[in-house]
Ligand binder design. Structure first.
Ligand code: ZN
Ligand code: ZN
Length: 393
């Protein structure tokens, strides 16, 4: 097998143009109507059975090779971010305040390129499910697809996806068995006091003072209650309270992001944040109300599925073209929810290390980011090889 078969090289310019077209027309999560329509149209044209509206704006393309029991899922994400693009590239966003700053345009176009080659030859046995997921950026698109019966309707024995990785050499494949990305949850803590006159604090219950003690107390959870060998983060990212110097407000609000690399630590953080908030508020005669939002779980790569993917990459790009044991990353991704249902692997492909526009080294979610088109065809070639290898009778 080769990474870049002639059929893929032939369509590369067209698929890069398609990536740029998607880039210039970014859409936020669950609003990817035009992107989803484009994906659906293309898949249909290449002979896929197309299911639209899966989990909102999601699309699933099903392709059957020779009859066989094997099944495989490949997933890409569709959505953009509320960021004002600053790249100045000819294909930059045409929508002020919206941008493909995470490279999901590239993930989508890459999977489409693989879809086209696989649809043309159908040289495999069994069923291939291509999953185009909406709303990865914090809005819960994976959960929406799961709630819509994704894996009941489109059973998959194995599941794979990739994310581009700025800061790694162009086209370098990166794998990591086990914990890949951390969980990401949100806690909104409202501290209810009793509002009053700033000059008569004894007749009020000051929620700002109570919440201030709470910010400090929360920091002791990670430092004193979590095994130092584990990773945990509790960040108070917002503290909202009051408006006037002489008024004690009735309430204060804290907004937290909470990260972990194991589900046990994740659950403990939830329990302790809730207890510390309630009891710390009570010290001051205030009352804390905790709205804890479970968002993205720990993304865990199943070992066997990872070994399989990594072995294939080694065959295609050689030892020097991959990293077999990436350091665990701090981002989070709701692909982790899908990997809770189906064994699989989330791998990365280096987007480049150069800092110039288009050189791929700019961090994602930055207004200067762009997906590196140089990795589109090789990654599509890898997906094609992965599908053909797994879907072998
Ligand atoms: Zn992102
Ligand atoms: Zn992303």
């Amino acid at each position: 097998m080769e990474l870049l078969p002639a059929e893929l090289r032939a369509i590369e310019p067209e698929m890069v143009a398609l990536r740029r077209r998607i880039h210039s027309n970014p859409e936020l999560g669950f609003q990817e109507h035009e992107t989803a329509a484009l994906v659906a149209e293309r898949l249909q044209g290449w002979g896929y059975e197309v299911h639209r509206g899966v989990g909102g704006t999601g699309v699933v393309g099903v392709l059957r090779g020779s009859p066989g029991p094997r099944t495989l899922g490949l997933r890409a994400d569709l959505d953009a971010l509320p960021i004002n693009e600053s790249t100045g590239l000819p294909w930059a966003s045409r929508k002020p305040g919206l941008m493909h700053a995470c490279g999901h345009d590239g993930h989508t176009a890459t999977l489409l390129a693989a879809a086209r080659v696989l649809g043309h030859t159908r040289a495999f046995d069994g069923t291939l499910n291509l999953i185009f997921q909406p709303a990865e950026e914090g809005l819960g698109g994976a959960q929406a697809m799961l709630d819509d019966g994704l894996f009941e309707r489109f059973p998959c024995e194995r599941l794979y996806a990739f994310h581009n990785a700025p800061g790694y050499a162009v086209g370098l494949f990166g794998f990591r068995p086990g914990v890949m990305y951390s969980s990401s949850d949100t806690a909104i803590i409202t501290v209810h006091g009793v509002g009053g006159h700033g000059a008569m604090p004894h007749r009020a219950v000051d929620p700002i003072l109570a919440a201030s003690h709470l910010v400090i107390a929360l920091q002791s959870i990670v430092s004193r209650e979590i095994d130092p060998n584990e990773l945990a983060i509790v960040t108070v990212g917002a503290f909202l309270a009051g408006a006037a110097p002489n008024v004690i407000p009735p309430s204060a609000e804290l907004r937290l992001t909470v990260r972990a690399r194991s589900e046990v630590v994740r659950a403990k953080l939830r329990d302790r944040i809730t207890a510390v908030a309630e009891q710390q508020a009570a010290v001051h005669g205030a009352r804390a109300e905790v709205d804890y939002r479970w968002r993205y779980p720990v993304t865990i790569n199943e070992r066997e599925a990872t070994r399989f993917a990594e072995g294939l990459a080694r065959e295609l790009v050689g030892e020097g073209g991959l990293i077999a044991d990436l350091p665990p990353g701090l981002p989070s991704d709701d692909f982790g929810l899908m990997l809770q249902r189906v064994p699989g692997c989330y791998f990365v492909v280096g987007n480049g290390i150069g800092k110039g526009v288009g050189e791929g080294g700019c961090e994602a979610h930055n207004p200067g980011f762009d997906f590196n088109d140089a990795i589109l065809a090789p990654t599509a070639g890898y997906f094609v090889a992965l599908a053909r290898r797994w879907l072998q009778a």
